[in-house]
Design a binder for this molecule. Sequence first.
Ligand SMILES: [Zn+2]
Ligand SMILES: [Zn+2]
Length: 485
Amino acid sequence: MTTIEFEALDYRADRTFARARYRYDGDERSGWRITRDGTTVLQLGGGYRLLRVRQCGVCSTDLARHHLPFPLPQVIGHEVLAHDADGRRYVVEINASHHARGLGGDCAFCRAGLPTHCPERITLGIHDLPGGFGPWILAPVAACLEVPANVPDAAAVLVEPFAAALHAVATVAPRDGERIAVLGPRRLGMLVIAALAAVRQQRRGGGADFTIAAVARDPALLPLARTFGATEVHALAADATLPSEAFDVVIDTTGSPAGLELAVQLARREVHLKSTHGQPAAGLRYGTELVVDELALLPFPRREPPTGQAPWDRLRTGARPRVAWSAAAAPPAWLAARAEVQRGSAAQLVAHYATATEGLPRADVAVVDSAAGVDAAVRPRGAAEPALVRPRGVVLLHPDSAVAGSALLAAVVGRGLVLSSSRCGDFAAALRMLATDPELARIGERLITHRFPAEQLVDAFATAGARGCIKAIVEHGGLGTTAGP
Ligand SMILES: [Zn+2]
Ligand SMILES: [Zn+2]
């Protein structure tokens, strides 16, 4: 049994920080009790190890934390570089799923290879689990990845957002000759540019090539975007002439509803949504939840698609997909031969799939015909889970959809635009790339513009939200901490 006591700054619903006294009692096998100012706030089962935080990045999700549907107060911060008692360095994947705790057999989502979507997960520094703006964390055992010796601290502390950036690039899968734009490159967007450049570099041996464009309102960001690998740059204020569908793919990292509107206008084949700002956007109430579940929005085909080219083939489920049909029009006759179709309202359908005895208790695909229908497929019972559609599933808009009031829906139905989204990434892949590309491993030198001691978290937050800061990190020194037997 280990006991650790420390002071940390809680983030509160009124967007202020307040000092609190924390105590962790327990061990990796039997679990932990977390108390704040003498009151038990969380009882964790086994599968968590105690680590000391070295550095933690401030990201847009932290700055928007008060909009997210998780309880406050909490010690936040999820871009963590930590170390153990022997000084070994670790980065920590944020989802405390059964799989991450070494209990993967207990859960359909973890068994299906979707541990980052485990419905019973809590999340480091975002949902319940105290994060890296405090000096100690309890990290899921299988979520701790040791940092290779040749990856410096300044790159290691960026692994969480860099892995997410790599995942975005893998999702949009740039094709030869395409123009890929990153909208609003700042702390996350610069990493998406770096990930695009690294993937482009790897593929060039095979002759593959694509354009990487940075599009920003703030022209001061564009020279930096070039150093990360942008091959062309556009300042929005001066360059008001950017034509509609100027790019094949637009990766929206603005974290703003207006950014998504612009991305829809500028993209020909796909908009990739990367941010979780918690606010309604493009006529959708649950846009953030759509990103959290990594869903995609596509048009339902107007005629039967050839084998292998149906919109649900991107799921690679292997079996006939489960299609939840809540559009008013009847399903076309050909669909019954290719999918398991259930008709009903989202509320009826979510109850139906909850009783599934095989696979995930969700539909693979929802077919809807309005923005309200998209919202109902994402969160049929309001802000809380469950979703109607499985994580990484697809929501299809029927050709007869009501699209007034949403440029996004109009583009999906009218010209076949795809909206995809992604959240977390694969830390091991990100670490491998950083360890084998010495130029990429220097990423932190360019991106991290501000460093603060953890005691100055309030200043770090204010600076991270201000123009002129790309990436701020906090560093833990010798805070007053006590450990006992
Ligand atoms: Zn983050
Ligand atoms: Zn699970």
